[in-house]
Design a protein around this ligand. Sequence first.
Ligand code: ZN
Length: 228
Amino acid sequence: MKKTLCGILSATLFLAGCGSAAAEGAAPGHRLLYQGHGSLRIVTAEGKVIYIDPYAGKGYDLPADLILVSHGHQDHTAVDLIKNRNEDCRIITYKEALVNGEYKTYDLGYATVEAVQAGNNPNHDIRSCVGWLITLADGVSVYATGDTSTTDQMAELGSRDIHYAFIVCDGIYNMDMDEAAACAKLINARHSIPYHMAPGKPFDQARAELFDVPNRLIVPAGKEITLE
Ligand SMILES: [Zn+2]
């Protein structure tokens, strides 16, 4: 209850046009907005703003501290939607994060960002796609698979006690629901969330419900959740 109230207060502060500093002392917890399709926005408890694969939906107004781009397809690369960027805003794309087969890790203080394997299907070359494992300062972690089918690394990620895994499952350009559910088992996150489920639409409730895993969490497009 307390967290929810703080979250509302923090959101109000942001709406009032205040930057990261406004959240100081408010202890709002981390918030994640699912903007739709493959697009996510995280606002950390200390007010850092992370965008992943900007493209779908709304909520691009908060000044960015970090923008992540998993691969080069146009439904993941709309960084121009983010007009407000803090002075030291970093943009990290698959191009820097995966060089000659080496996956990079970035320690940003407020978060550690690890590029991980992604792609591995006819539409997505494993050499030019990454997923992101983001671990926030207090250990809360979010994995966004990016566009992919099963990768070798997923089993290894299964031992990392990941809190939230967003798992692609469209079955057109990437793995289908059954394979996505098998990946969810490998990744073994506390919450497995279907995303990028219906290209052309930000979200599809009926398809989301086909993602049949025990620890499923359905987050509709436009919904913001508290990460804990
Ligand atoms: Zn895509």
